[in-house]
Design a protein around this ligand. Structure first.
Ligand code: ACO
Length: 448
């Protein structure tokens, strides 16, 4: 199989959200901390009728329907998620309800978990399957689904929720350049979920930022080394049209791209002009560790990177700013923003993606885009996802109401024997929702 990659995508996020500006005031944070300081606009959340299973049921059903895919044509289904609903039964098995109805139970794959990286692991598994000798000619399907919620405190505004479904196969408009890849994996306690009775993570915010940037540097180094070995020339940020980052909040994405510019400066790459060299020169002797803590470097490199950021990164930031951190779905929601904004001018372009999951696992990889053929074309993917429409029809909740819902969700997490309000009035037609968890913890869903 050639040009294996993403044939089709769809995205779902809850219609219920808070404005970051309102949350700022409610939390007693200084004005501008969440909106400018973190760079976030809105934060959706699951109410008691939605969860990672309902969101993924919605995303998968919608993708099959809108691209007219016969459910029998799916041969592998992989889920990435870090939202634990069951320690044994995979989310994938819940999604089998969709396929069993059509007599298709011959579908490989289960769930992958490591913080925000599980979706990338699932995607690589599907792409590798289509490229392998065990491929049976059918499609792969990848689902990234997470509800990101934090305890009250500084991390709470970096939540979010979404599910993304991606159809995988050959001759894809979004094709993998599988040889160009760099990974960095190591042991860290930056963000983890050791308390199985709580949905909230334990998080060392500052450490998680440094771990993210160190992993980025390391992945970029490996990526560049592999590129240079295969292509016989140096790689620099000029060799890709767009850069897409895992997006816990927008400020970290700004810092990440600035970090790539600094890397290119240190490597003496052609992407850095004389004016930029002059500005960055005072930092050329910093050790790696010093460079992560140096606030002046952070400021100057962001300034130097700004025009390139506007061209190569800004078009990827819409959904993450509006929908927050979607954990496994964040990177792919950033990529979906690029398709939404630029689908008419992406053919032939290279796009670099950086996936990060705390704990920690990270990979930088490369995609080559083609216009494709209907229904698997860049423009049709943008039409189907209908990002602008979905953002417009949301319902704003005041922070007080959001806090009350979070309290209820804390009680509901891991609970049994309850029925929900079944109130689906603000959900779009076709959306799945949770109706009941019985005395045996079995979960039941209905479709609006
Ligand atoms: N106006 C404008 N900017 C402001 C204001 C204001 N009134 N107040 C603060 N800021 C800026 C700060 O200067 C800082 O920006 P800088 O880093 O460019 O200097 C930014 O807002 C954030 O302020 P901090 O004081 O650093 O924020 P705090 O430490 O309270 O929380 C954090 C931020 C650590 C990101 C927290 O939200 C968190 O722990 N989130 C979860 C962890 C996370 O997402 N990590 C990322 C990688 S791991 C993952 O994906 C889960």
């Amino acid at each position: 199989a050639k040009n294996v990659g993403i044939l089709a995508m769809d995205i779902y996020f809850p219609p219920t959200y808070v404005q970051q500006e309102a949350l700022e005031a409610h939390d007693g944070a200084s004005k501008g901390k969440y909106t400018i300081g973190l760079g976030q606009d809105c934060m959706p959340f699951c109410t008691e009728v939605e969860d990672v299973i309902s969101m993924s049921l919605t995303a998968v059903t919608s993708l099959l329907d809108k691209y007219n895919i016969d459910p029998k044509q799916i041969g592998r289904l992989e889920v990435g998620s870090e939202t634990v609903i069951d320690k044994s039964k995979s989310i994938k098995t819940f999604l089998m309800q969709i396929f069993e109805k059509f007599g298709n139970t011959d579908i490989e794959g289960v769930d992958s978990t490591n913080a925000c990286y599980g979706g990338t692991a699932a995607l690589f598994n599907c792409v590798n399957w289509v490229e392998s000798s065990s491929w049976d000619g059918r499609y792969g399907l990848v689902v990234c689904t997470d509800s990101a919620v934090y305890a009250e405190g500084p991390a709470r505004p970096t939540g979010g929720a979404a599910a993304i479904a991606m159809l995988i196969g050959p001759e894809a408009p979004i094709a993998f350049e599988s040889k160009f890849r760099g990974s960095h994996m190591s042991h860290a306690y930056d963000f983890y979920k050791p308390n199985l009775a709580s949905e909230y993570p334990v998080v060392d915010g500052k450490l998680s930022q440094t771990c993210y940037l160190m992993a980025l540097d390391s992945c970029y180094k490996h990526f560049c080394a592999k590129y240079e070995k295969l292509e016989g020339k140096q790689f620099s940020i000029s060799d890709a049209e767009y850069f897409v980052f895992h997006s816990p909040y927008n400020k970290l994405v700004q810092k990440s791209f600035a970090r790539l510019v600094f890397n290119d400066f240190v490597r003496n790459a052609s992407s850095i002009d004389d004016a930029a060299k002059e500005k960055l020169a005072p930092f050329s002797t910093l050790s790696g560790d010093e460079s992560y803590q140096n606030r002046d470097l952070e400021k100057v490199s962001q300034q130097v990177a700004k025009p390139l950021y506007d061209a190569k990164v800004q078009p990827t930031t819409l959904i993450p700013k509006q929908v927050g951190n979607m954990y496994t779905a964040s990177l792919y929601a950033a990529f979906a923003s690029l398709l939404h904004n630029k689908h008419t001018e992406l053919a032939g372009k290279r796009v670099i993606l950086f996936s990060y999951g705390s704990g920690l696992t990270a990979t930088m990889f490369s995609l080559r885009l083609h216009e494709g053929q209907h229904p698997f074309s860049l423009s049709n993917i943008a039409t189907v996802m209908n990002v602008a429409g979905k953002l417009k029809t949301r319902h704003e909740f005041p922070p007080e109401k959001f806090a009350v819902i979070m309290k209820l969700m804390e009680h509901r997490y891991g609970a049994k024997d309850f029925v929900t309000s079944k109130d689906c009035s603000i959900l779009a037609p076709g959306t799945y929702y949770l109706t009941e968890v019985d005395t045996m913890y079995r979960r039941f869903y209905a479709q609006k």
